[in-house]
Structures are given as structure tokens and as C-alpha cells.
Design a protein around this ligand. Structure first.
Ligand code: NAD
Length: 282
């Protein structure tokens, strides 16, 4: 096999051991965004190319993040459960339901998805903050009305809502451990559609149980599929789903087109769009 196509949604983990066994492998293609299910140093050492369909589901993920923020802030899911269970307890929902207007929302990572989320949030009249390794174009900052926070730990206590939008790297793995979560405001809403392993899973579940995190939502877990005993399945006030935010029918059409285009180029010996490369021939 020369080409292996995988998706981040139900990933085939491409480990160093598997790469070693795949003697003819040249090209690992991710149908979607996020190639952290591949051992990238091992792929580079083997001289492989790793590429993904960059941008193919940005709009889908940013829209889903907005959805999860609203679902958690408005305490929507217990209201839905009441209807299913033939109950009618307005106070039981309303005592912890809030408007998004006027809240401080911070994104950790303001790349393609983070920036689009900020743009989508603008009409809600929130106070918008972002932390990233890089500052975005000042014109765009002004247009969105968002403030750069160079120090992540200084941004966290200001936020009513925190959204994670960084890739999973050696720097971001376990970035939100017990100590970092303790820096967040009590009653914070956290949305993470980036990668499950950016969080310390136990610390998130404990903070949801204590009420420090008032709601946690997202579609990414580690590992995937999430095992039956994953603590996020059982913690209170969560809005978790399988890995679905980036795989709407529209997104599927976009990344299927991207996969076809890259396969065409690969067989013709042509380069891919530069932003699609994660590792190029090692
Ligand atoms: N749930 C899904 O279906 C889904 C779909 C697409 C992408 N994703 C995840 O979302 C991630 C982001 O996607 P994107 O298209 O916005 O990527 P992107 O590369 O456009 O943006 C990532 C941003 O994170 C910043 N960043 C990286 N490391 C950082 C660090 N240590 N501290 C602060 N900022 C850091 C980068 O500077 C960049 O601005 C992907 O890597 C992927 O893991 C999930």
C-alpha cells in the first residue's frame, strides 16, 4: 500500500510500529483536519508525506462551537430531557440559564476555526478575547472587536466561556490540567472541539462535579471511540457527542473533493496546496 487515507472522526491510529511495518507506504492523507492520530515524528523519520484537507470543515466546527456555547449557557439539555420524561419544571431549568450577550468569551487558538467563531460571536455583543502564539492582523482584530491576550493564565480568570481551538501538539497535550482549570472563573463554560487530549480528562470531570466548570461540551475525546468508562460520559452538565462537528454533509462533500484532488495530484507527481502539508517527504 502506497497511500493510506484516514479520518480524525473514527481514527485508525497510525503508530510508529504500523509505519515500520508498511514498507511501501509513501503518503498518509487525512480526510478532514487534524493529523494527530498519526505519529508525525515517525512518519517524518520514514520519509513519508502527511497532508490534510485544510479548511474543509472550518465553517462546520465554528458553527458547532457556537451551538454548544448556547446549549450549555441556556441549560437547554435538561429542558429537552424534561420533555422526553413528561416533566414540566421551568424553575429547574431557569435557575442556571444565561444570555450570551454581555458575557466574556475567550478562544485559546485563533486560527481558521477560532477566528471564524469570533466573527460568528460578534453580533451577540460579547466581550471577545483570544490567546494564540501569534497575534492576528490588527485590522481584523478591530473589525471583530477582539482583544489579544498574550498570557493565557491572565486570560482564563476573565472568561465566562472558554473555547479551545489549538491543534494537539507536544505543547498543547494536557495543557488544561488541574492547575490551569483552577485559574478559570468558577461557573465557566468550556467548549472543546479541538482535541480531547488537550485536556486532563479526570481534571475536567472533577471540575464539572465540583461545579467549578458549570458546563463542558465538545465532540473530541481521547481515545476515540471513547471507552465505555470514559469519565466525560458520566460527569454532570456536559454536552458531549461523538466526533461529529466537522462532518456535516456539506463538510463531507468538501473533504471528499479535497481527497480526490490530492490523489489526482499525487498520481501525477504534482505538489499539493502548501497549506495542506503537515509533513513533506520527511
Ligand atoms: N472536531 C472536529 O471535527 C475538528 C475539525 C477540524 C479541526 N479540528 C481541530 O481544530 C484544530 C484547529 O483547527 P484550525 O483549522 O483552526 O487550525 P489552524 O492551524 O488554522 O489554527 C490553529 C491555531 O492554534 C494556534 N496554536 C498552536 N499551538 C498553540 C499554542 N501552544 N498556544 C496557543 N496557540 C497555539 C496557532 O498559532 C493557530 O493560530 C485542528 O488542529 C484540529 O485538531 C477539529
Amino acid at each position: 500500500m502506497h497511500v493510506r487515507i484516514t479520518t480524525p472522526f473514527h481514527p485508525a491510529y497510525v503508530t510508529a510500529e504500523r509505519i515500520k511495518k508498511a514498507k511501501n507506504l509513501e503518503f498518509l492523507l487525512t480526510a478532514g483536519i487534524g493529523s494527530d492520530h498519526i505519529d508525525l515524528p515517525a512518519a517524518a523519520a520514514a520519509g513519508l508525506t502527511v497532508a490534510e484537507v485544510t479548511g474543509s470543515n472550518t465553517v462546520s466546527v465554528a458553527g458547532d462551537e457556537l451551538l454548544r456555547i448556547l446549549i450549555l449557557l441556556r441549560n437547554f439539555l435538561p429542558g429537552y430531557q424534561q420533555v422526553v420524561q413528561d416533566e414540566w419544571n421551568v424553575a429547574g431549568i431557569a435557575h442556571r440559564a444565561y444570555d450570551l450577550e454581555g458575557k466574556t468569551v475567550g478562544t485559546v487558538g485563533a486560527g481558521r476555526i477560532g477566528r471564524l467563531l469570533l466573527q460568528r460571536l460578534k453580533p451577540f455583543n460579547c466581550n471577545l478575547l483570544y490567546h494564540d502564539r501569534l497575534q492576528i492582523d490588527p485590522e481584523l482584530e478591530k473589525e471583530i472587536g477582539v482583544k489579544f491576550e498574550e498570557d493565557l493564565d491572565a486570560m482564563l480568570p476573565k472568561c465566562d466561556v472558554i473555547v479551545i481551538n489549538t491543534p494537539l501538539t507536544e505543547k498543547t497535550r494536557g495543557m488544561f490540567n488541574k492547575e490551569r482549570i483552577a485559574k478559570m472563573k468558577k461557573g465557566v463554560i468550556v467548549v472543546n472541539n479541538a482535541r480531547g487530549a488537550i485536556m486532563d480528562a479526570r481534571a475536567v470531570a472533577d471540575a464539572c462535579s465540583s461545579g467549578h466548570i458549570a458546563g463542558y461540551g465538545g465532540d473530541v475525546w481521547f481515545p476515540q471511540p471513547a471507552p465505555k468508562d470514559h469519565p466525560w460520559r458520566y460527569m454532570p452538565n456536559h454536552a458531549m457527542t461523538p466526533h461529529i462537528s466537522g462532518t456535516t454533509i456539506d463538510a463531507q462533500l468538501r473533504y471528499a473533493d479535497g481527497v480526490r484532488d490530492m490523489l489526482d495530484r499525487y498520481f501525477k507527481g504534482e505538489d499539493f496546496p502548501v497549506q495542506n502539508y503537515i509533513v513533506k517527504e520527511g
